[in-house]
Unconditional design. Structure first.
Lengths: 548, 317
């Protein structure tokens, strides 16, 4: 079964590459005319078809609003309180303004006037309080989970001061709170929708939002037609557009096969395809298509290292891996120049990201010397040993990011050159949870966040943190830095200490970054203009229009 | 005869019910053995950032923290009382998911079956009667059909007819034209064994005495085929129907995926990858019922159709 699947993939890749190229030539499409997007005067009207691989997890918002697939549709149907742009800058949306008081423990949110849900009910302070409650607590009694990244542990509560003002309080500083409001998990839904049991929320037609598009018709697992809301007039100012959306309809159509999705857009039968193969990007761009490779705010693609497991309990081994991986080769082999090199372990568009690339620069000689000095001797088979134990560990690609398999295959070859034996163990999503629970030496992660404070919540065991590196309280320096990030009450001091934290984590080889992560790719027809991306790498079609 | 047949029918029906129940239980156990469950798998996505305790509270709501046997008994109880429950992945009613997907798959399978039948008869007839070299070519077609993977046929047809000749659009997979090409994709591998069996029995029957007698009466080969050979040659193929139904259901996964059709095949595929037990149980139960019913019908019909088939007193399994 696995063998056939593998052959199938290889065949599809080859076939789709050939067919895409052939099609592009056949269509004689628009020759490369620089940047097709963002040109000309926008016109109203028109319909687009958006191809996506599937909508399997359904429409219970807390469960699926962060999904790469469902999240795309949620973004058109709903609004958020705050907008975050591709550079991580926050700006008003449904929240017109906000105040941060009492050392970031209290907040006052002022709402925009006249915002309504698509059923006509007002999006007022009471509705926002209901949403905050749902994000912070969920309702396990109804099978509805909370929103993971919402700062729930110190959340005290929210109240409507008047119809347009919401007061929110926390028991300790919550610098990340406003940023969280821009997170894709925090979508505003009608209080009536939120009160429904999970089985009723699964019915997309009962999901009432306030976004620029409303649901017109849907058939689960097949197609979803959204139509513009004519009275919409409260989009984020940052998008540079007022009034209703320009497009009349967006049809989200499920086509599971990547090569068919790509060829369908390439042949002009649809306008946008989600997630095409990275290897095809260059040819598609050359033929005039736009390929969006937006980056999201969060951690880069890379490994969290277990400092208690063999062989990564040896700091020399961690540092040798850090310097033994040729990230540039990964970028040119597996990806394209659209992928950016990592400069630290957080994505480059996070405002606090620094440049610490020298602490993980590719330097095989240095890596070899680190291992030599630590007593790892190269044996006859090319692998190093110490005290009779071979320097080896397993590596499991991250099934949530399929391209990591090719990455890890390459890493295994690269580390072999410095005498480290890496065995690949490929599992599916279900198996990956078990891998994570077993705490392997290296665990590949992909995690988004909208506020850098999240970093402090996962690196150590403080405040029920995830203790990514399994250091517990043993590393006082890491715990101090982490605590300082978590408890900071102003951004300038937090940025400084976040920088120290990044440098320390990388030098200790606690986190091994690879490249910046692109988890969502958009292939867009040349006639679709002005698609914008937010800081979570979702395409927004509010401003999009079709060139005649 | 009637008494013996009645008992035969009763035992066969009983066996069919047992097979359906076993299929249900076995699927349940296999899914339970797999690591994780539908809820944990989707909530563990690192993008969620949910804590283990948060996840466990939701898992408990769905009863997935109970012992497997308790879950099995509850699930079986619901199934026997006709409740299919809700999908763990999408929270939608299983009956709705399956009900929405079923017509698409039935249309595809039925069209594919008719096309496979036409292909098989044409190949068998051609191979049997074509002269020399052509017969050889036609006789090799079934093995060729079997050896080309389903998805290759599908992709080639899409490339040719959707993207080059514009006979259909991939964004409207339920149109008549798109359904026809999907059905051809599915029919090709299904027609191969059918053609082989048909051809073999045609070769066999045409050498029989009764065929020689008919020829000596001056019947043309075409008339002989139509009047005397079709019926006895088709009998072994009827026995294959059950296998064909299985192949149509199995093959529909790949065909539906490639053509972007939302059918039972894609529902199963999603349910398996997402460990969506309620959906999977429902589809397995329905498939098992269809499969067993077709087999049962074939078993029960054969003794009535073919007088040469005797019912053994000790009914074999």
């Amino acid at each position: 079964m696995h063998a056939t699947e593998f052959k199938r993939r290889a065949f599809l890749a080859g076939f789709s590459a050939i067919s895409a190229t052939a099609l592009l030539t056949a269509c004689g499409g628009p020759a490369a005319t620089g940047t097709p997007a963002d040109g000309g005067t926008p016109v109203d009207g028109g319909n687009i078809t958006f191809l996506i691989q599937g909508y399997d997890t359904g429409w219970v918002s807390s469960k699926t609003s962060i999904s790469s697939y469902e999240g795309n549709l949620w973004g058109q149907l709903t609004d958020k309180l705050v907008y975050v742009d591709a550079n991580g800058a926050l700006s008003p949306w449904v929240a017109e303004s906000w105040e941060e008081l009492n050392g970031a423990k209290d907040f006052v949110i002022h709402l925009k006037d006249g915002v309504t849900f698509s059923d006509g009910t007002p999006l007022d302070a009471a509705a926002v309080v209901a949403n905050l409650q749902a994000w912070a607590k969920g309702d396990p009694e109804r099978g509805i989970s909370k929103v993971g990244l919402f700062p729930a542990s110190n959340y005290v509560g929210a109240e409507a001061a008047d119809a347009k003002t919401v007061k929110v309080s926390f028991s300790s500083p919550a610098l990340g709170f406003i940023a969280t409001l821009a997170y894709h998990g925090c979508i505003l839904l009608s209080p009536e929708t939120l009160a429904l049991p999970a089985e009723a929320q699964a019915d997309l037609s009962q999901e009432i939002g306030s976004g620029p598009f409303v649901l017109k018709s849907w058939k689960q697992g097949d197609s979803y037609v959204l139509a513009k809301r004519p009275d919409y007039n409260w989009g984020p100012a940052a998008l540079g557009h007022t009034g209703p959306a320009r497009l009349d309809t967006i049809t989200y159509k499920v086509i599971k096969d990547t090569s068919v999705r790509t060829s369908t857009v390439a042949s002009g039968q649809a306008d946008v395809a989600f997630n095409v193969e990275p290897q095809e990007i260059e040819a598609l761009k050359a033929a005039g298509f736009t390929v969006g490779t937006p980056k999201y705010l969060g951690f880069v693609d890379g490994f969290q290292v277990n400092t208690q497991a063999f062989p990564t309990n040896d700091v020399s081994v961690r540092q040798a891996i850090q310097h033994g991986i040729d990230r540039e080769e990964i970028r040119s082999t597996v990806y394209t120049p659209d992928w950016d090199a990592a400069t630290t372990f957080i994505q480059g568009n996070v405002p606090e990201a620094g440049d610490y690339s020298s602490s993980f620069a590719f330097d095989p000689d240095k890596a070899g010397k680190l291992l030599d000095d630590a007593g790892w001797k190269t044996g006859s088979d090319g692998y190093r040993t110490k005290d009779g134990k071979t320097l080896e560990f397993p590596l499991t690609p991250n099934p949530y990011v399929p391209s990591t398999k090719a990455e890890d295959e390459l890493i295994a070859q690269q580390l072999k050159r410095i005498g480290i034996k890496v065995t690949l163990k490929v599992v599916d999503v279900a198996g990956y949870a078990a891998i994570q629970a077993s705490r392997p030496p290296l665990f590949q992660t992909s995690r988004s966040f909208v506020d850098v404070g999240t970093v402090a919540g996962v690196l150590t065991s403080q405040n029920k943190g995830e203790d990514w590196f399994n250091v517990g309280t043993s590393d006082t320096r890491l715990n101090e830095l982490s605590a300082a990030v978590a408890s900071a009450s102003d951004r300038a001091s937090r940025e400084k200490v976040t920088g120290e934290l990044q440098q320390y984590v990388l030098e200790q080889g606690y986190f091994i970054p690879l490249n910046q992560l692109v988890q969502r790719l958009y292939l867009i027809s040349p006639k679709v203009r002005d698609v914008q991306y937010n800081g979570l790498a979702y395409a927004n079609f509010y401003t999009a229009w079709i060139a005649k | 005869m009637t008494n013996t047949y009645g008992r035969f029918a009763l035992v066969r029906t009983g066996q069919a019910v047992v097979v359906v129940l076993l299929a249900y239980i076995l699927t349940f156990l296999v899914i339970s053995v797999l690591p994780g469950d539908a809820i944990t798998n989707s909530l563990r996505d690192p993008q969620h950032g949910l804590s283990e305790a948060d996840i466990q509270r939701i898992v408990a709501y769905y009863g997935l923290d109970q012992p497997v046997l308790v879950q099995l008994v509850l699930s079986l109880g619901r199934f026997l009382t006709g409740q299919l429950g809700f999908s763990l992945q999408s929270n939608l009613p299983v009956a709705q998911l399956v009900g929405d997907a079923l017509p698409s798959t039935l249309t595809l399978a039925f069209t594919a079956f008719v096309i496979a039948l036409v292909f098989a008869v044409a190949i068998a007839y051609g191979a049997h009667y074509a002269p020399g070299r052509w017969a050889g070519v036609l006789r090799s077609i079934p093995s060729f059909f079997l050896s080309v993977p389903n998805f290759v046929i599908g992709l080639v047809l899409i490339e040719l007819f959707a993207f080059r000749l514009h006979s259909f659009t991939t964004t409207d997979p339920n149109s008549a034209a798109a359904t026809l090409f999907a059905a051809i994709t599915l029919a090709i591998p299904v027609s191969a064994p059918l053609a082989e069996v048909l051809l073999a029995s045609l070769d066999h029957e045409s050498r029989q005495d009764y065929a020689q007698v008919a020829r000596s009466r001056g019947l043309t080969e075409a008339a002989l085929f139509a009047r005397h050979l079709v019926k006895p040659s088709a009998l072994p193929s009827v026995a294959m129907i059950a296998l064909i139904v299985g192949e149509l259901l199995g093959g529909s996964v790949i065909t539906e995926t490639i053509f972007g059709r939302d059918g039972i095949g894609t529902v199963v595929q999603k349910a398996v990858t997402g460990e969506d037990q309620p959906v999977l149980q429902a589809v397995v139960a329905i498939s098992a019922v269809v499969f067993v019913a077709v087999n049962l019908a074939a078993d029960l019909l054969t003794p009535l159709l073919d007088p040469r088939v005797k019912i053994n007193e000790t009914v074999d399994a």
